[in-house]
Design a protein around this ligand. Structure first.
Ligand SMILES: Cc1cc2nc3c(=O)[nH]c(=O)nc-3n(C[C@H](O)[C@H](O)[C@H](O)COP(=O)(O)OP(=O)(O)OC[C@H]3O[C@@H](n4cnc5c(N)ncnc54)[C@H](O)[C@@H]3O)c2cc1C
Length: 377
């Protein structure tokens, strides 16, 4: 995942600095006991990690400095994620803010919205969630039924969203709601930056098979959003949602997941299968495929500015990493590594959902069939 710019002394200097910083800052509690942590401890460590990254100068590595980022290249961001994976660093609670909200605001937000939200996203003070899916609208996102009606100075949101990750900790929500019930499909939705900490928001955690409750059903009972927190045009929310999904299904998510999978394969190699030549042969095949995944991330980086190619690469990457991760955790769950039994139990259960969120495998294959192979709908 290198190009000529990366052979420069500046890139090497960044890599060295990041490696030293990660070695000194990754919490031992996470590295050594992650699979056994309860949910509160897990959330506390992930929240602290967001702040630690910011203090260390590693938040928003590729975001422009004018918005509080580090102004470095995407290649540097990838280098950091790779090193973080090898050091078993946590994934912060601010993931939606950094991966989805920040790039969308930079592309489509007003100057006021950027100034208001970007600093607290990068510093780890504010956690964001994504209010897209509803009990009756998942893959078919355009059919969301949550209503936004006009009121003085803004809008009132009424409806139910589901599978809302991070909502228990969230300060803000990327909310997609219907503003024109008579308008045509794709032209009747508006995108809001909704304040979650209002009494009209009710969050009901959903218990997952891993026993965690990372997501919730969230209810909005005339929740107010001022006009200044409309992102994009009124009834132009579909365009904003597609920008968000482009980020979600695309590059950064792919990098983050590659990091996690790489760390899992490393763990198999260095610990759980070490000393057993038969098992190590299986792991060497997984290792080779992790390299293919790395290559796919690199490809997605290379075409990221080309809208058409970027979507294609993102769909392939999403289907590939999610299904591959399940294979890794399927294999790991057949082992009996006393040190990492809890970890693999956790990873096996967590990876079940990977082929559902950010667009299911079936939806990704539809995209590949239609947009890459040009097959009829
Ligand atoms: C762990 C996790 C976290 C999530 N976090 C969030 C979040 O933070 N915010 C949020 O808004 N949503 C979130 N989601 C929801 C996620 O985006 C949806 O689950 C996903 O879009 C699928 O929608 P659905 O569950 O309604 O399934 P459906 O759309 O009802 O699909 C059911 C099945 O039908 C298949 N299917 C549907 N349409 C087609 C088609 N056209 N062609 C072929 N097959 C099809 C699907 O692939 C799937 O297998 C999360 C989901 C999970 C699992």
């Amino acid at each position: 995942m290198t190009d000529s710019s990366h052979s420069t002394a500046a890139a090497q200097d960044f890599r060295d600095r990041a490696a030293v910083w990660l070695r000194d800052n990754v919490p031992a509690e996470w590295r050594e006991h992650r699979g056994a942590l309860n949910e509160d401890d897990e959330s506390r460590i992930r929240s602290e990690w967001d702040r630690t990254l910011f203090r260390g100068g590693f938040a928003g590595i590729s975001l422009p400095t004018e918005y509080g980022g580090q102004g470095r290249t995407m290649e540097d961001e990838i280098v950091f994620f790779e090193l973080a994976a090898r050091m078993q660093a946590p994934d912060g609670l601010g993931r939606i803010g950094k991966i989805l909200t920040a790039p969308t605001l930079i592309t489509l937000g007003t100057d006021e919205q950027k100034a208001k939200y970007l600093p607290s996203i990068l510093s780890g003070e504010e956690v964001w969630c994504q209010g897209f899916s509803e009990p009756g609208a998942g893959s078919d996102l355009a059919s969301v039924a949550t209503r936004a009606t006009r009121t003085e100075g803004g809008w009132l949101i009424r409806g139910t969203k589901t599978w809302t990750s991070f909502s228990r900790h969230a300060h803000r929500c990327l909310m997609l709601a219907k503003t024109d019930p008579d308008g045509s499909r794709y032209h009747n939705l508006t995108f809001f930056l909704l304040d979650m900490q209002q009494p009209t928001v009710r969050v009901e955690p959903i218990r997952q098979i891993s026993d965690s409750s990372h997501f919730s059903e969230t209810h909005y009972e005339d929740t107010f959003v001022p006009d200044s927190d409309v992102l994009g045009e009124v009834n132009g929310g579909w365009r904003v949602a597609m920008t968000v999904l482009g980020n979600e299904r695309g590059l950064i998510e792919g990098i983050v997941r590659y990091v996690e999978i790489r760390a899992d394969v490393d763990l198999l190699q260095t610990c759980c299968c070490a000393g057993d030549p038969g098992l190590l042969r299986v792991v060497s095949k997984l290792d080779a495929r992790a390299e293919v995944l790395r290559w796919q991330v690199a490809k997605a980086v290379a075409v990221r500015d080309d809208e058409r190619e970027g979507w294609r690469a993102a769909s392939v990457l999403k289907a590939w990493w999610s299904e591959f991760w399940q294979e890794v955790t399927n294999f790991a769950s057949t082992l009996d590594c006393p040190e990492h039994r809890q970890h693999w139990r956790h990873q096996y259960l967590e990876s079940r959902s990977a082929t559902i969120y950010s667009g299911t495998s079936e939806i990704q294959r539809n995209v590949m069939a239609e947009r890459i192979l040009g097959l009829p709908k």
